[in-house]
Design a protein around this ligand. Structure first.
Ligand code: PLP
Length: 388
């Protein structure tokens, strides 16, 4: 129940990858046929991704992760603007993934202006807040498509339309980046309809392999590379291409259309799980919007039960889940996302994230509904929680 962390590789993706782990091991830059077959495999994957995003293959850059894609989008746009003598301003939100937040914070330390938009209790950015935050030197808006902790869906197409309007007659274009890692399985991803210039996705969140990402870069976008070397990927991202990973990504993305009919089934399972939790466990709080939420996401805080203890106890019962509190990374800081919703530190520490996927079964939901109430009760006894 942790499909937002990663997903099980699709049989189709695995099958497509195997030859490139065995005999088809050429370097795609080599001019002899072994290398050129690798190049053809990359070209095919590039077309598969471009077909999915409704863009040109030449607008697709393969990277080593979504983290890298986010870094490339943000540092790349800022550095290109700075090279033109602009003192840039960026707009982002308080609930972005660390790959975006940390990049913005790093740039802030170097003198770049950054606005972190609030999201309110629902966890959703307001389009009018984006509009109000725009300044003369704004060069980039980076807002995620769907949040990884609470599944909150952001109004990307509306922000895209706003920026299109604002960019008319503007000297310095405002580029629009979205980290769509959590959205790709579930939401429309037509780059033209969304009105984005930069779009990040990750293979391992869509039933593909780990260690491959994509940055869609709209033609005409002025961006500096952050990794220099042999000039791969149109000179935007040097480094010998991960042929096997890219092939797996292409095959995985080609499967998504088939999977979208399963969204209804996933949302039914999610609702059954959520209703069951509400019915069986008192003193809980659902975090984030109910309306603007990914079909696979549940994020709930249990009063008197600590998130990390819940995850460990569930693991002992064979259930993989996740928590927003960052104790496991050695810090006692609760999730910045839950704090941005207005939760107290204590509420944020008691949060549990359950994220379903296309392979989640009815039996797994039953098992979770049997185990979770017992685990919460046990932890509450230890913590001295008293029912009000
Ligand atoms: N952005 C979001 C919203 C994510 O959920 C994740 C992964 O957790 C990432 C970026 C980073 O992806 P990757 O593991 O490919 O670096």
């Amino acid at each position: 129940m942790d499909n937002a962390a990663t997903t099980q590789i699709d049989p189709e993706a695995l099958e497509a990858m195997l030859p490139y782990l065995k005999e088809e091991y050429g370097n795609a830059s080599s001019i002899y046929s072994l290398g050129q077959r690798g190049r053809e495999a990359i070209d095919k994957a590039r077309e598969q991704v471009a077909g999915f995003l409704n863009c040109q293959p030449s607008e697709i850059v393969f990277t080593g992760s979504a983290t890298e894609s986010d870094n490339l989008a943000i540092f790349g746009i800022v550095r290109a603007a700075q090279a033109k003598g602009i003192k840039p301003h960026i707009i982002t939100s308080q609930i972005e993934h660390h790959a975006v937040i940390e990049s913005c914070e790093k740039l802030e330390k170097q003198g770049v202006e950054v606005t972190y938009l609030p999201v309110g209790r629902e966890g959703v950015v307001k389009v009018e807040d984006v509009e109000k935050a725009i300044k003369e030197n704004t060069i980039l808006v980076s807002i995620m498509y769907a949040n990884n902790e609470i599944g909150a869906i952001q109004p990307i197409a509306q922000i895209g339309a706003l920026l299109k309007k604002m960019n008319q007659g503007r000297k310095q274009k405002i580029y629009f980046h979205t980290d769509a890692v959590q959205a790709v399985n579930y939401l429309p991803c037509d780059a033209q309809e969304l009105g984005v210039d930069l779009f990040t996705l990750s293979a391992h969140k869509i039933y593909g392999p780990k260690g491959v990402g994509v940055l869609y870069i709209k033609q005409g976008t002025v961006i500096e590379p952050i990794i220099l070397g042999g000039g791969h990927e149109w000179g935007i991202r040097s480094g010998t291409e991960n042929v096997v990973g890219i092939v797996g990504l292409g095959a995985a993305i080609a499967e998504i259309k088939k999977q979208q009919s399963q969204n209804v089934a996933i949302s039914k399972l999610r609702d059954r799980l959520l209703d069951g939790i509400i019915e069986r466990i008192p003193d809980i709080q659902i975090n984030g919007s109910r309306e603007f939420r990914l079909v696979n996401n549940i994020n709930v805080s249990f009063k008197g039960a600590e998130g990390e203890a819940l995850v460990i106890a569930l693991d002992q019962e064979g259930i993989a889940a996740s928590t927003g509190s960052a104790c496991s990374s050695g810090s006692l800081d609760p999730s910045h996302v839950l704090l941005a919703l207005g939760l107290s530190h204590q509420q944020a520490h008691g949060s549990l994230r359950l994220t379903l996927g296309k392979n989640t079964t009815e039996q797994e939901i039953d098992q979770a509904l049997e185990v979770l109430p017992k685990v919460v009760e046990r932890l509450r006894k230890v913590s001295g929680y008293k029912k009000i």
